[in-house]
Design a protein around this ligand. Sequence first.
Ligand SMILES: [Zn+2]
Length: 306
Amino acid sequence: MTVIALDVGGTCIKGGVVLDDGRLRHTERWYTRAERGQDAVLETVLDCAAQLAVRCPTADAAGIVVPGIVDEDEGVAVRAANLGWGDVPVRDWLAEHLDLPVAFGHDVRAGGLAEARAGAGRGCADFLFVPVGTGIAAAVFSGGRARALTGGHGRAGELGHVVVRPGGERCRCGARGCLETVASASAVARRYSRATGRRGVTAHEVRACADAGDAAALTVWSEAIEALADALATAITLYDPARVVIGGGLSRSGESCLTPLRAALAERLTFQDPPEVVAAGLGDRAGCLGAAYLAQDLLAHAGAAA
Ligand SMILES: [Zn+2]
């Protein structure tokens, strides 16, 4: 089974082709340029898919994953603020455009699915996949079930909007003191700029400053890790995962972030069994691979039903 896979993000659209052996090939990246508005971004997504279809004329299906609130059953992107999308029937439009069956999903849950099958979640029946980057979310895998928890409205796993600093900074969701206001990549950069007056610094650069002993950078990072530990302690208390797989930009910082995160969690957990805390295995390919798995599953189910 050969499938086309697309992971649509606020900055980039990542695409590729996955063959039977599960390897991602013909990977490509296009800028989303979300400021152009819903119709233009949709046009770009359909174009990207068509380019992949030309490169891989034997594709049997396509998979596409998007951020935000998605209705996986209906194939609709209900709201994706960073794409400027509302109520877009992505699955049906793409299926018509490519004349192929299309599987549709949520980027973080699909990334978790990929980590479950081919990455750091492999062999673990109960784990949380937590990408920490521009945003923060969690995909909850429980009881060995193949799919992450979606919730009653497709909103399960919004870890970034767990309030960890009541009365704190206003979050883009409207609440105050959400985890994202302290620990997202943009929050780390913003908080460092505020403390030092240095502008245009990325979270990655703040990490490098912290590693070099910069006091302000160390403070900003340790506040981010503490906040992440607060939110994760809540998630661990609710879901009792055996493993927490940290993805996104934070996972690239490796042990310099994971070691203090484990220590901060150990301080917070009392009766709970501490889960293993590991870095994700698939990097930024997870979403695309997850989209491919959704497409392969769609074909397998269609085959089984026939
Ligand atoms: Zn929020």
